[in-house]
Ligand binder design. Sequence first.
Ligand SMILES: Cc1cc2nc3c(=O)[nH]c(=O)nc-3n(C[C@H](O)[C@H](O)[C@H](O)COP(=O)(O)OP(=O)(O)OC[C@H]3O[C@@H](n4cnc5c(N)ncnc54)[C@H](O)[C@@H]3O)c2cc1C
Length: 534
Amino acid sequence: MSTPTPNVLIIGGGVAGLTLALEVADHLSVILVNPSQDDRGASRWAQGGIAAVLSPDDDFQAHIHDTLVAGDGLCDEQAVRFTVTHGPAAIQWLIDKGVPFTPDPAPNARYPYHLTREGGHNARRIIHADDATGRAVVDTLLHKVATHPNITQRRDVTILGLLKNSQGHCAGAYGLDDHHQPQTLTAHYTVLATGGASGLYRHTTTPAPSSGEGMVMAAELGADLMNLEFQQFHPTSLYDPEGPAFLISEAVRGEGGYLINEAGERFMPALDERAELAPRDVVARAIDTQIQQGTQGHVWLDIRHLGEKAIRHHFPTILAHCASRGIDITQQPIPVVPAAHYSCGGVVTDCDGATSVPGLYAVGEIACTGLHGANRMASNSLLECLVYARSCAGALRERSLDAWQAPAFAPAQPPTRPLTADEKHLMVQWRHELRATMSQYVSIVRSNAGLTAAYEQLTLLSTRLENLENGQSQEQEECVRLRQALTLARLTVIAALRRRESRGLHYSTDWPSHHAAPAASRLTLEDLTPGTVA
Ligand SMILES: Cc1cc2nc3c(=O)[nH]c(=O)nc-3n(C[C@H](O)[C@H](O)[C@H](O)COP(=O)(O)OP(=O)(O)OC[C@H]3O[C@@H](n4cnc5c(N)ncnc54)[C@H](O)[C@@H]3O)c2cc1C
């Protein structure tokens, strides 16, 4: 007897994928692809918290206004309103699931949980679980997912591409398991929740973030991509060239931390009236300028004046992590640099997470809903994961399962041979070159000449990879993932070249002003056709 086709295939086990799985599983059967051996996901690393209007002293209009200001003219106001107004219910859902948010101990507290402030927010609206919110949310949801009878987790599979049927509908995905055996996972509906594209850069705020692979899979099926040029760099990642990535949360500045340059002076108050709490793009550019002018390769973040008790109370994770790297943050300022952190662009979706490809949905950081525009405001992204995963679940629960057709695509066969040691070495080297190129030319400050050089370098790498792949009869995971990363990198450069202005996270020395009539950028794989680049 054949197994019935599962109703929903969810690819990715971060906050978006886990929320969606739990929200549909009482009604539909779910396969959740959630690779066990990787730390690719960003969710577990989120520290600061989740933004929502929770205090009686806050209101929807204020949160909408702050988000629109941060988005610098490119937010979709309808998406902003949708997200903000669905925020409190999403937080209540997490509370009901048992997420251990930090209570507010103040006797006159206006809300039972502690709310902090972060850059761009003009109210205290960030609910958090100490300084390890992502871990608390993921652990709570993962526990529920693991015990739900209608959810099958595939922790052994990495997805390499999507499948479509003869009507052009997405009908599942294919990939390889831990033993490099091909796996075909068909479903009535497929949801990508594979995260962002910060892995395209050398310095990142998580050890191994996604590099936009899911975005390229969607584009391969014909989905549109939007606003890829808006890559957020977190201003304050721990500076330690020898060690793994570690973020120093914005909440450190929210609670009163100062940024200090090599001369020992605060530099933000002179640049922006919001000082250290200016939006991230402003702070990251200011730090970048200080680094360019200095000799140490970093600036300092100083919270010693908060006192040891407050530091221990608010930042236990950061305190412990820095201590493990030899820095006592109660006694020393923290060395920090900007690092790739969040991708505002991604697969275009509506408020239910639907893409332009029938049967294919995208939720979480992979999606571009229009919420963030040209710049994401701190802590709005976990909110977006929750709100859109829940609305996507609602839409899927309403959909008919009748018209489903099996995919027409023949999935990949096992590789005929593993990559040789030399080929493996090349994969590592080429990925290193990809990241170095993106970091040099497509990061905080850009120019036409730099972007053009980046495009040429990335095209050269793509050609080399293509030549190597031509010698293979079947797909190799490393090759596919690098090809996807190179594809997204080239599309990002095209989007940056076409934006003839500076806006939000995209700053060009050739186009330093705002364009009078800004528009979101939309791209498909067709844009890679030679001659159409800029
Ligand atoms: C250090 C750090 C701190 C942050 N702090 C905050 C914060 O305080 N507040 C906030 O709102 N936002 C924060 N963010 C952003 C936020 O954490 C992310 O935007 C959000 O967690 C993304 O969740 P997601 O579910 O979309 O994707 P992710 O959590 O990135 O999960 C992606 C999942 O997809 C899987 N996957 C990827 N590719 C494949 C593939 N090919 N096959 C199978 N599976 C695949 C991964 O294994 C992973 O399970 C932070 C980000 C970072 C990096």
